[in-house]
Design a protein around this ligand. Structure first.
Ligand code: ADP
Ligand code: ZN
Ligand code: ZN
Length: 732
């Protein structure tokens, strides 16, 4: 008897063998295909697993195997290619396949609910109904009419039947006689409307031409174009061609909730339904979008990170916008990079993939240098706008009000006076990052983290931004009871208050995760801003992600110093990307833009890449540094992390792991650690890490395989949580 090999959602990196469900007949068994969902007993629970393969023999004796409970799908809901992508991801990221597969399905399917096709409820004749004689049911003329309609029309929606005067009651009566059965009527695919795009600039034309010239099948294109150079227009034209070929386009963007404009632009251009997938959706909406993409009833799918796994029936193009964005990296559980999975997926589907950014990641630039990606550049702004002028405000010996220098305040006043808008960037929310006693030096600390509590003045609370702990703002020092306590440092709430005082006649809008609660908050604000009245926008990173505000002419970075000094190896790259993106928000249309950067370090080389609008130059220097230190993208980095109630356990565990693996590592592989994580204690848990650098992918993969099996064999793993992170975002 064949044996079902299942991937099951469990932390164990292995598959599980089951006997077929007892009531499954041989024909059904022979027709089972990999990817179908199967319910099976697992310990004391029941789980929904996924069929990986049918095998003849198990490593376990047949009498020790349990039988699966039931098969949920007649045919797999995901394609073979998508299953292949899941297998590749599980192997590459050393994550259990069962958990990877879970990321492919909407919750209701993961939990074992029946697959419901999309469409309208309707009715069709049952086998018995089809076998009726010519003039059936002479004593029920209305039922007879219904039978006649279904015989002529085939399956018909309840709405159409009602329009023909056939009520639900009649249909139920027929159902009770076993003559009709309910069904779902699929909506027909709407016709694709070709859209007329803008007439392209010379550079855009060249890029499109180059993309056409390359392979019809898989090719990876890096679209490296300054902010406002018309990358989106290039995407739109590529999508238009994809739709004309009757294929589907998958577009990944870093954020949807925050950038409703992007979606609007796609909708306006194509005028068709677009399936949208992001974390803010309700389950029913998510299911509809997923199913529409899967069945091909929608031709464009736009989503954030996890949408990279959306099933598609006719994939033809993948686009990753703002490909450098850190939100493409999942930071817990299944730690994948959606950008890299997208490239692999395009390869499996044999279709092109376009990675676009004004500030490409060093990874993608490196791949382009190596000839793996084709590098296309857009160096000029499209339309009428020019790149903004950038000036540095040297903060040394200046008096500041809530972080604002006089020069900046003057510039804001001028901008508003001219009837324009300004955008001030400060990447710290709350009122102040700490609360200190002036008499004894006490600082409000989080009880469960190695971190200070942030002052939130409006709510009169202290909050930890790392674990979410909060408590009321104290009136006196918790150590010496002095009243002489004060907030130290700067956050958006404080600067907002000051801006209200300085410019009472104009509105100041604060944009951070505290102020932008609720699904529509950002959309409403964007609408307000785009009505164009003068105003001040003050916000964190949230404001920098791909927004297009036509009336913003002044952009200022309030505290560039906070970005300059980071302990992480990607610190400088992140900073250059962030500053370039912030600066790119200025002067997007006909009004000339200006960028001001406040710093105490006006000569810092990293600032000059923004000054000279020369990210490429800085990127080259950073790549050379990475190469010299063997760090990504020239080397491969892997981190094994431990997280436990006692710091010593984690260090011992990782030390054992090191001792076990070190002798058999490939040439050029290096282990560093165990070391405490930069913030060792977080939410009451102690975190340590072991770093591995490898000279190439193959030896990194081997080393990771060894470390995973060594870790799984260590008895002390039971005292703690350990994880492996392939291509980690940062060393934290
Ligand atoms: P990016 O995605 O590179 O930031 P966008 O595609 O958003 O750039 O383009 C920036 C602005 O330039 C938009 O207002 C867009 O409508 C306009 N634009 C883009 N391409 C053209 C073109 N070929 N002709 C005129 N305007 C264009
Ligand atoms: Zn004190
Ligand atoms: Zn905390």
């Amino acid at each position: 008897m064949p044996i079902l090999r299942l991937a099951v959602p469990s932390p164990l990196r292995r598959s599980f063998d089951y006997l077929p469900p007892p009531d499954l007949n041989d024909i059904a068994l022979a027709q089972l295909q990999p990817g179908v969902r199967i319910e099976a007993p697992f310990g004391s629970r029941r789980v929904i697993g996924y069929l990986i393969e049918l095998v003849d023999d198990s490593d376990l004796p047949a009498d020790s195997l349990k039988a699966a409970i039931r098969v949920l799908d007649e045919t797999p809901l995901i394609s073979d290619r998508l299953l292949q992508l899941a297998r590749w991801s599980a192997a590459y990221y050393h994550h259990p396949l069962g958990e990877v597969l879970c990321a492919l399905f909407p919750k209701r399917l993961r939990e074992g609910l029946e697959h419901q096709p999309l469409g309208d409820p309707g009715w069709q004749l049952s086998t018995r109904g089809k076998g009726l004689p010519d003039n059936p049911l002479p004593r029920s003329p209305r039922q007879a009419q219904a039978i006649k309609v279904l015989a002529e029309m085939g399956a018909t929606s309840a709405t159409s039947l009602a329009q023909a005067g056939i009520s639900a009651q009649i249909m139920r009566a027929l159902r009770d006689k076993g003559l009709v059965e309910s069904t779902v009527i699929k909506r027909s695919r709407p016709p694709v409307a070709r859209a007329t795009g803008l007439s392209l600039t010379g550079e855009q034309t060249e890029v499109l031409h180059a993309i056409h010239q390359s392979s019809q099948g898989f090719a990876c294109h890096l679209l490296d174009g300054i902010t406002g150079s018309g990358k989106t227009e290039v995407y739109l034209q590529l999508i238009d061609e994809c739709l004309a070929r009757e294929q589907q386009a998958l577009v990944l963007i870093p954020e949807i909730g925050l950038t409703p404009q992007t979606l609007q632009r796609f909708q306006q251009r194509f005028g068709i339904d677009i399936a949208v997938l992001h974390s803010g959706l309700g389950e029913a909406e998510r299911y509809r979008a997923w199913e529409a993409a899967r069945t091909g009833s929608t031709a464009i799918v736009i989503g954030t990170r996890s949408a990279v796994f959306t099933p598609l029936s006719r994939p033809g193009l993948i686009i990753v916008d703002e490909e450098h964005d850190a939100s493409y990296k999942q930071q817990d559980g299944f730690r994948y990079w959606a950008r890299d999975v997208a490239v692999k997926r395009a390869q499996l589907h044999d279709c092109p993939v376009v990675l676009g950014s004004a500030t490409p990641s060093l990874e993608s630039l490196y791949n382009a240098l190596q000839g793996r990606y084709q590098h296309h550049r857009l160096t000029q702004r499209a339309g009428d706008s020019a790149l903004p002028a950038v000036d540095i405000i040297d903060l040394r010996r200046q008096s500041l009000r809530a972080g604002l220098s006089n020069d900046l305040i003057d510039a804001v006043a001028q901008c508003l006076d001219k009837g324009e808008q300004c955008l001030l960037f400060l990447n710290r929310r709350g009122y102040a990052p700490s609360l200190q006693c002036h008499d004894c030096g006490w600082v409000a600390q989080c009880a469960s983290c190695d971190a200070r509590m942030t002052v939130h003045r409006r709510q009169q609370r202290l909050r930890c931004h790392h674990c979410g702990a909060e408590r009321p703002l104290p009136n006196d020092c918790e150590s010496c009871h002095s009243h002489n306590i004060a907030p130290i440092g700067l956050g958006t709430e404080q600067t907002e208050q000051c801006l209200h005082q300085l410019f009472p006649q104009w509105p100041t809008y604060r944009v951070d995760s505290d102020s932008m609660q609720g699904r529509h908050a950002m959309q409403e604000l964007v609408d307000t801003i785009n009505r164009g009245a003068p105003c001040i926008l003050l916000g964190t990173q949230m404001l920098t992600k791909g927004h297009h505000f036509p009336r913003v002419s002044l952009v200022a970075v309030i505290d560039a110093d906070a970005l300059l000094f980071s302990a992480d190896f990607r610190g400088e790259e992140r900073m250059a990307q962030l500053l370039t993106q912030v600066a790119g928000r200025a002067g997007r249309e006909d009004i000339p833009g200006r960028v001001l950067v406040q710093t105490h370090y006006p000569d810092h080389p990293a600032l000059h890449c923004v000054l000279d609008a020369n990210y490429a130059h800085l990127a080259k220097r950073m790549l050379a540094q990475r190469q010299a230190s063997g760090l990504p993208p020239s080397g491969v980095l892997i981190i094994v992390r431990s997280d436990c109630a006692d710091g010593a356990w984690g260090e011992q565990f990782l030390q054992r792991l090191r001792t076990d693996c070190e002798p058999s590592l490939g040439r050029g592989c290096q282990l560093v650690g165990p070391l405490p994580a930069p913030m060792q204690r977080r939410a009451g848990r102690y975190r340590s890490q072991l770093l591995l650098t490898a000279p190439n992918r193959a030896s990194a993969h081997n080393a990771a395989t060894q470390m995973v099996s060594a870790a799984e064999a260590l008895p002390s793993r039971k005292q703690l949580k350990w994880t492996i992170d392939i291509d980690p975002l940062d060393v934290s």
